[in-house]
Design a protein around this ligand. Structure first.
Ligand code: GDP
Length: 478
């Protein structure tokens, strides 16, 4: 969005010298070949009674495409971002709190803990960022919105309880996202704790401990008694080191909204995680369909920051509206541009809300296969009893039509839940209910996420329907 003084003068049909005079009057010392920014262009044009329309190249509302590219040398190691998941009551919240409190380092002491959606701890002079909302629902919801912020997942299992349905869900959600898993065996302070049993059960889900020839890290902890926490943090750093997470701090920031709300005193606030670049006070940005300019930034210790680099969670003010969790966030060169992009994004969203279904369905599966867009058909199975799930899995695994196969990303017993639908949405999967139906919450989400859900009572019919769909021979349903 820049041009030279000469170019602007020509566009306005004015003498360059006249434009230069105006610029000097406005406090901008300029020569004819000098580049001037959008603000100056706008001022001059308005002065001549001309309206300026900013034309934005089509791709710019997709932030990935406008992000400045990195040279190899620009990338530096950044802290890993961790999410804690697991069955209810297995200790996720206690573990998150315990980790946060282990780590009040000298320099940071005195700050007041702020809940800003994520926090950072430091161990061996290295930082780790934890997302503050435990659970795979939040994790996969972000993914369904197109945001993958987590680098490593911790699956918490209570040593006195063992693997439960939501443990399996958490494992499958993490696997579907392709995020490395560390297993934290919690509540080892309890007399009935049995870590060996947990390890044994975990092998069924291809999480095999290193001492048994696998590559999954298991750590024994007690969140309540604060046992083994340092060991867990060290293992996170180890996984981070192996995966070598990097980012370029020297460019305009790109981030993801973790939470956002309307605060009575502060107005719209967003809690965001910076992923690339460095965010600075005064930066003009777009968050989802909203725009703004960073007025203030506060970290998880309640400190005001002037800038925030990769993997840093911050609460920001300076928004014009409240964005949504999972919304992408990006800094642009000026506020006018940010506003134009935000406008464009909201128009586009309205269009896509009304428009075509982008999720895979059995009805259009064949077209996707033909166009080479789909190599596997991702499927989630829910059934009334474990036995039918297993039987279905076995039969579906045998389907191979012209190289396209069925991939079961999750299966379980019970009604189809909202979490199943979100996972399907995030992973472009269809859902099969075998003798089960969606629960009421799931019903609403199905409509919203436009996920294809099929109910059956006969295994043969499931297989037949999927095979027909793969061949493009499915009878349309009216
Ligand atoms: P969440 O639902 O997974 O977030 O579980 P919570 O963190 O709320 O913990 C559930 C219950 O387990 C609470 O009563 C905790 O105090 C207890 N708990 C959590 N961790 C431990 C632990 O390491 N040992 C024992 N004995 N109890 C724990």
């Amino acid at each position: 969005g820049t041009m030279t003084v000469g170019e602007l003068a020509k566009l306005l049909h004015k003498d360059a010298s006249e434009v230069i005079k105006k610029l000097i009057f406005l406090g901008v010392m300029a020569t004819i070949n000098q580049e001037i920014d959008m603000d100056a262009i706008h001022l001059i044009a308005t002065d001549y009674g001309v309206e300026v329309e900013v034309k934005i190249p089509v791709e710019e509302d997709s932030f990935e495409t406008v992000e400045e590219s990195d040279e190899d040398g620009d990338l530096v190691t950044r802290p890993p971002v961790v999410t804690i998941m697991g069955h209810v009551d297995h200790g996720k919240t206690t573990l998150l709190d315990a980790i946060r409190q282990t780590n009040v380092t000298g320099g940071e002491a005195g700050g007041i803990t702020q809940h800003i959606g994520a926090y950072q701890v430091e161990i061996n002079h290295k930082k780790i960022t934890f997302l503050d909302t435990p659970g795979h629902e939040a994790f996969t919801l972000m993914r369904a919105r197109g945001a993958q912020v987590t680098d490593i997942t911790i699956i918490v299992v209570a040593a006195d309880d063992g693997i439960m349905p939501q443990t399996v869900e958490a494992i499958n959600h993490a696997k579907a996202a392709g995020v490395p898993i560390i297993v934290a065996v919690n509540k080892i302070d309890k007399p009935e704790a049995n870590t060996e049993k947990i390890k044994q059960e975990m092998t069924e889900y291809e999480l095999v401990p290193e001492e048994w020839g696998g590559d999954t890290i298991f750590v024994e902890v007690s969140a309540k008694q604060r046992i083994g926490l340092e060991g867990l943090l060290e293992m996170i750093l180890l996984v981070a080191e192996v995966n070598d997470y990097k980012a370029n701090p020297d460019k305009r920031a790109r981030a993801t909204v973790i939470e956002a709300e309307l605060d009575k005193g502060k107005g719209p606030v967003a809690r965001i995680l910076v992923q690339h670049g460095t965010l600075k006070i005064g930066d003009a940005f777009v968050a989802g369909n909203c725009f703004g300019r960073i007025r203030a930034m506060v970290n998880d210790k309640g400190r005001r920051l002037k800038e925030a680099g990769p993997s840093t969670p911050v609460e920001i003010t300076g928004l014009t509206e409240v964005p949504q969790a999972g919304d992408p966030f990006m800094v642009f060169e000026d506020e006018r541009k940010a506003r134009a992009i935000a406008d464009r994004r909201s128009i586009k969203q309205r269009q896509s809300d009304m428009g075509a279904n982008t999720r895979v369905t059995l009805d259009d599966l064949y077209n996707h296969i033909k166009d080479g867009e789909i190599k596997d058909l991702n499927v989630i199975i829910k059934s009334d009893v474990q036995g039918s799930s297993e039987a279905l899995k076995g039969s579906l695994a045998k389907i191979d039509i012209e190289g396209v196969r069925v991939k079961i990303i999750h299966s379980g017993v019970g009604a189809i839940t909202e979490s199943d639908i979100i996972l399907a949405s995030a992973s472009n999967a269809i859902v099969i209910g075998f003798n089960v139906r969606p629960d009421p919450q799931a019903e609403a989400t199905i409509a919203q996420e436009k996920v294809d859900v099929r109910m059956h009572r006969v295994i043969y019919n499931v297989i037949d329907e999927i095979e027909q769909a793969m061949k493009g021979m499915l009878d349309p349903i009216f």
